[in-house]
Design a binder for this molecule. Structure first.
Ligand code: WT7
Length: 663
């Protein structure tokens, strides 16, 4: 490194706050610091600002109905259609502009551009086809697809006819698909024959078929042929399996009038992990959710119609729903979709894409940034990334070192970084700086967004002072919030409200939302999110319930008991550590270890693959018989264990430590 570089590194290492770059502020969608006060003074009517970004078929007359907390309703007597908002209304001005730039794998020949006019046409054709298959308003349509353009087409086609979608991440297992289709009584599936991973074709239909075999009711399936020949893997297709290409061709030129949906009607379901083994069906609505996704895309990601915006997430997660599909398209911008992985064919891949498409924003996860950092700055340095105007992160805490690396080596110190805290349940961003307004503090997400009322409290619900750690809560409802857990209002209340609310009160002020994250507050009201406080791991920004993992492991023949904890991981943030007790008569063999790993992959998917499986004759338990997870975490991390004398079986600890490779 030359001297100025060394100086720069030293300065960056010491600097703990950064002003938004002046050039950015000048052009920012939101740059008036008065917005915080303005929203507070005018709450909840401030949210017309979000709703006004949309076209309404019937104007709403009331912003918030809080008469029956926590079942809040937003813009409740308004009507709109999400597909019309993402497509039709842009046709005049942006019809010939790119709506989606799709970068496929493995070669650039696969790349496709969909203009707004083209996307509108295909969405209409597929919407007509879905109707002909029998899909009616409010029928849940499941999608089990990788990052191919037909996924957003299918989502928007469903939105057009008022059928909620439920997208299941393509990396999830067949079991996970079946569980979700059963839970939603979903009779329709859109999937594909296969896709490419690191250059190799992968059989996806096989997994989909296996999942369908576990569905307890009849289904119709639409299969997109992504691979060059439709019988790549030689599956026989049944009468209930329809070809996407044929359906679209049969409905060539069809138009489907967008169904006016009530603002509170369900737009989609998204299953996510919780503390019990059963996934939670998070319900999002048409009016509140779409307003939220659009407003935060506008205010935080600073998206403008003429931008090319790149979010490197997967549409199978909420980030892709809100910030690849709905937010960006509602604003009429060009949204990018990348099918592949970040290091195939090599580590230049992402930077090549940004350079080639002149992307203006990059929104990705800390796990990716940690990997880039590890590979080295020479990869981004080889590319012209000057088109970038803003950087974002989401999914897990980002440590100051990774933040600064991102700021310097990707953003060239001229792009603000938004560290956005939110969840599947919140629908969109909640805590982050406004890039054209707020000072950035690496490692701290920032203040709650204008109009969002978030705080850090202690166990009794009293606000903690500056500098103290506690639990993150939201004291007021917001339009993008989940409305309930699908068909389970009781669990909705138990999971998110019971902890800090007076649940028998019908005064909205007595209801407090608990996202189950720990956090710290500083003297400027900035929130540093510390991580989950429930039994949920965050592996590479993906949520995995320990119960789900444990029940998968206990399902393997030869396993008597299992405890799963998160251990630190350089790239993934957290990794799955499984402590396993074998059944009488079973040996602790490599074969069993492999079957356990396979069992987890089958039940959940490869993202849940355990980093380590540690056999142990016993688990450390308290006198009352509760597994001491904290201790298992410390063992996984090689940390000092402190006092273990309160254990019922203290001797087991040294034994496990030696098996885990510790002292
Ligand atoms: C959990 C939500 C939000 C979309 C992707 C994950 C953690 C999220 C941050 C952040 C620290 C974060 C929280 C949250 N998280 N963003 N900027 N800083 N932690 O969605 O699967 O619903 O997970 O991710 O623990 O509760 P999700």
């Amino acid at each position: 490194m030359s001297d100025p570089d060394v100086e720069l590194e030293a300065r960056l290492a010491e600097q703990d706050s950064f002003e938004p770059p002046a050039d950015f502020v000048e052009q920012a969608n939101v740059s008036d610091p008065g917005i915080y006060e303005e929203f507070d003074d005018n709450w909840p009517d401030c949210w017309t600002r979000a709703a006004d970004l949309l076209d309404w078929a019937t104007e709403y007359t009331e912003v918030l109905d809080d008469s029956n907390p926590p079942f809040y309703e937003w813009f409740a007597d308004g009507e709109l259609n999400a597909s019309a908002n993402c497509l039709d209304r842009h046709l005049d001005d942006r019809g010939d502009e790119a709506a989606i730039e799709w970068v496929g794998e493995p070669t650039d020949e696969a790349n496709r551009t969909y203009t707004y006019a083209e996307l509108h046409r295909e969405v209409n054709e597929f919407a007509a086809a879905l109707r002909d298959l029998g899909v009616e308003e409010d029928d849940v349509v499941t999608m089990y697809m990788p990052m191919i353009p037909e996924l957003p087409v299918a989502m928007l086609a469903c939105a057009r006819i008022g059928a909620p979608h439920s997208v299941v991440f393509a990396g999830f297992s067949a079991d996970a698909l079946a569980t979700r289709m059963n839970a939603a009584d979903s009779e329709y599936l859109v999937t594909c024959d296969g896709y490419y991973r690191r250059g190799d074709p992968l059989d996806h239909l096989d997994k989909a078929n296996e999942g369908l075999a576990g569905v307890d009711h009849g289904t119709d399936t639409v299969v997109v042929d992504r691979l060059p020949n439709s019988d790549s893997f030689g599956h026989d297709r049944t009468d209930s399996q329809h070809s996407y290409a044929d359906l679209v061709a049969d409905h060539e030129g069809a138009t489907v009038k967008p169904v006016a949906r009530n603002a509170e009607d369900m737009l989609f379901l998204m299953y996510t992990s919780g503390t019990t083994g059963e996934p939670k069906g998070v319900k999002h609505t048409t009016g509140g959710y779409l307003s939220w996704a659009s407003w935060t895309s506008h205010a935080v990601l600073d998206i403008k119609p003429e931008d090319t915006y790149f979010c490197a997430a997967d549409i199978g997660w909420i980030t892709g729903h809100s910030y690849i599909v709905y937010g960006p398209l509602a604003l009429g911008t060009t949204t990018m979709m990348y099918e592949g992985t970040r290091d195939y064919p090599d580590r230049n891949r992402l930077w090549e894409i940004i350079e080639a498409y002149e992307a203006n924003q990059l929104y990705t996860a800390p796990t990716a940034i940690r990997a880039f950092m590890k590979w080295g700055e020479e990869y981004p340095a080889d590319h012209d990334l000057s088109s970038l105007r803003l950087l974002g992160t989401v999914g897990e805490p980002i440590n100051p070192r990774a933040w600064k690396w991102y700021y310097k080596h990707i953003g060239d110190e001229s792009c603000p970084i938004v560290d956005t805290w939110w969840q599947t349940e919140t629908g969109g961003m909640m805590v982050t700086t406004l890039p054209g307004v707020g000072e950035m503090k690496p490692g701290s997400a920032g203040p709650p967004l204008p109009g969002v009322s978030a705080d850090v409290v202690d166990v009794s619900g009293s606000p903690v002072g500056a500098g103290d750690a506690g639990y993150l809560v939201a004291n007021k409802p917001w339009p993008g919030m989940l409305r309930t857990l699908y068909r389970n209002d009781e669990r909705f209340i138990d999971e998110y409200w019971r902890e800090y609310s007076q649940v028998d009160s019908d005064d909205s002020a007595d209801w407090v939302y608990f996202p189950e994250d720990g956090a710290k507050l500083d003297e400027d009201g900035y929130i540093t999110v510390l991580g989950r406080v429930d039994d949920v791991l965050n592996v590479s920004g993906h949520r995995l319930g320990t119960m789900e993992l444990e029940s998968a492991i206990v399902g393997v023949e030869g396993v008597a008991e299992a405890a799963v904890v998160g251990g630190d991981h350089e790239i993934k943030g957290e990794a799955v550590y499984a402590y396993v007790i074998t059944e009488e008569g079973y040996e602790e063999t490599e074969g069993l270890r492999d079957r356990i790993i396979e069992g987890v992959e089958d039940a959940i998917g490869p993202i849940a693959r355990p980093e380590a499986v540690i056999f142990t004759p016993e688990l450390p338990k308290t006198r009352s018989g509760k597994i001491m997870r904290r201790l298992l975490e410390d063992i996984a991390n090689g940390d000092d264990l402190g006092d273990t004398s309160t254990l019922r079986n203290p001797d087991v600890v040294t034994d496990i430590q030696s098996r885990a490779g510790g002292d």
